[in-house]
Design a protein around this ligand. Structure first.
Ligand SMILES: CC(C)(COP(=O)(O)OP(=O)(O)OC[C@H]1O[C@@H](n2cnc3c(N)ncnc32)[C@H](O)[C@@H]1OP(=O)(O)O)[C@@H](O)C(=O)NCCC(=O)NCCS
Length: 215
């Protein structure tokens, strides 16, 4: 699996995965285009044999010390192999390198797989938004990560154990690191998907109906 920075050119492939992963509340193409184009956001995509199999987004306006996980999804066929964790860590690494101190996210109370992933990276529950999602009285669980603490725990791991643990692949095929870059685009054009738990909510506020995914 290869990771790289995602942008608007990935829109079509991302939308196919978005619709497959979030059947009832997928973001619209317009919202996703704005997400990918926003200079406040950083998207990472995962490719396998040249095909886009996953994506994850971070909202981290320049100079802000908090950020929001916007979304993450992996092609069903590739789940359960450590790829989602790898994608997620690439986002958190980006946050750390931008000087972000806290990352927030919302996750559906009926999504234990995502909750376990986030908790295992060090996110803690800080609140609940009752009946937040429009599709059936589902609460949002709000989570927060202390980024310097996360980065310190990552730094204490050896490169060898990292590669093996991350992707379950041999050392002959280690994960590719993610290039960090800002993308051009319209300021403040986010889809309103953000976790919205912290100050970052101001930059990405929106309703769950607009956003779907993690919100
Ligand atoms: C959430 C998602 C990205 C995780 O990707 P993944 O590649 O399947 O996850 P990984 O294999 O890297 O597993 C990472 C951790 O997630 C948790 N996890 C993953 N699948 C799980 C499952 N079926 N049940 C419980 N926990 C699970 C575990 O804690 C796992 O760590 P472990 O293997 O050490 O126990 C993927 O399941 C997905 O795309 N889901 C649909 C979209 C979605 O719900 N996105 C989140 C919106 S907030």
């Amino acid at each position: 699996m290869r990771l790289r920075t995602g942008d608007v050119d990935d829109l079509e492939a991302i939308m196919a995965l978005e619709r497959a992963s979030f059947a009832g509340d997928a973001w619209s193409e317009t919202a996703m285009r704005a997400e990918l184009a926003s200079p406040h956001n950083h998207y990472v995509v995962a490719e396998q044999a040249g095909r886009l199999i996953g994506y994850a987004g971070l909202r981290a306006p320049s100079g802000a010390t908090d950020a929001d996980v916007q979304t993450i999804a992996l092609d069903k066929t590739f789940r359960g192999r450590g790829s989602g964790r790898m994608l997620f860590r690439a986002l958190l690494q980006e946050a750390a390198e931008r000087g972000v101190r806290e990352v927030f996210l919302d996750v559906r109370a009926d999504n234990p797989a995502a909750q376990r992933l986030y908790a295992s990276e060090g996110f803690i529950d800080i609140g609940r938004r009752p009946n937040y999602y429009p599709d059936g009285n589902v609460d949002a669980i709000v989570m927060r990560l202390d980024v310097p603490g996360w980065a310190a725990s990552r730094a204490s791991l050896s490169p060898m154990s990292e590669n093996l643990a991350d992707v379950g692949e041999s050392r002959q095929n280690p994960p590719t690191s993610v290039r960090i870059s800002d993308k051009p685009g319209s300021a403040g054009a986010g889809a309103g998907a953000g976790a919205g738990a912290g100050a970052g909510a101001a930059a990405g506020a929106g309703t769950a109906a607009e956003a779907g995914a993690c919100t």
